[in-house]
Design a protein around this ligand. Structure first.
Ligand code: CA
Length: 233
């Protein structure tokens, strides 16, 4: 069965172009022109991926992304933001809202499909990954959840999708130093639209997530080189 992709875009010409490209790429497009229609489409069936326009009438794409990241139903659905040139500076804000990637308008059908496939491949790799434990931190790969383990007690840690991917990469590659660009390649799939400082944003968020459990020291800054994950502080 074809993967269902929800397009949330208020400009009919772009919406139609994207829907056409998706059909040709063997995806099943579903269209919405604003947040309300998108919500209705999600209620009908949760899509496999969402293409979300940044500037929408009513609720903005950024607000929608934040909302969907909070909701259980849509928490793990990859989101690719469609932005106009000039909105690029807001990208870090979008990544903090849990957006997986960006495509800048005007984009070609080929570029869009490549981006969609890369994001889908990444989320599938996550699904297939097994569980991993390093020190007091455990990932349940099947459940897509992170736990702090202390005194034979498990405490669930609420974590954003990008931080989850970052942590999973770190935990499966501990005690090695990775530069920002290496982390971009491994965790973000080498997307040219993601800047290196994005890595710092997510490292900061990951530490903040681990801090209440006293585990933030596992994410270590290696001056002039990058970052390392280690059970030994
Ligand atoms: Ca728009």
């Amino acid at each position: 069965m074809h993967k269902r992709i929800l397009i949330v875009e208020d400009e009919p010409a772009i919406r139609d172009m994207v829907a056409y490209a998706l059909r040709k790429g063997e995806f099943e497009p579903v269209t919405a022109s604003d947040g309300r229609e998108a919500q209705a489409a999600i209620a009908e069936r949760v899509p496999d991926l969402i293409l979300l326009d940044w500037m929408l009438p009513g609720t903005s794409g950024l607000e929608l992304a934040r909302r969907w990241r909070r909701e259980v139903l849509t928490r793990d659905v990859p989101i690719i933001m469609l932005t106009a040139r000039g909105e690029e500076n807001d990208r870090v804000g979008g990544l903090e809202a849990g957006v997986d990637d960006y495509v800048v308008k005007p984009f070609s059908a080929r570029e869009l499909l490549a981006r969609i496939r890369a994001v889908m491949r990444r989320s599938r790799e996550d699904d297939e990954d097994g569980s991993v434990q390093v020190g007091g931190l455990r990932i349940d790969g099947a459940a897509h959840r992170v736990f702090a383990e202390a005194d034979s007690q498990s405490t669930a840690i609420h974590i954003g999708p990008t931080e989850y991917r970052l942590l999973h990469f770190f935990m499966t590659h501990p005690d090695r130093v990775y530069s920002r660009s290496q982390l971009l390649d491994h965790v973000w799939g080498g997307s040219v639209y993601v800047e290196e400082r994005t890595v710092d944003v997510h490292i900061r968020r990951l530490r903040k997530t681990l801090e209440p459990h006293g585990l933030d020291g596992m994410v270590q800054t290696v001056r002039g080189a990058g970052y390392r994950f280690s059970a030994a502080s």
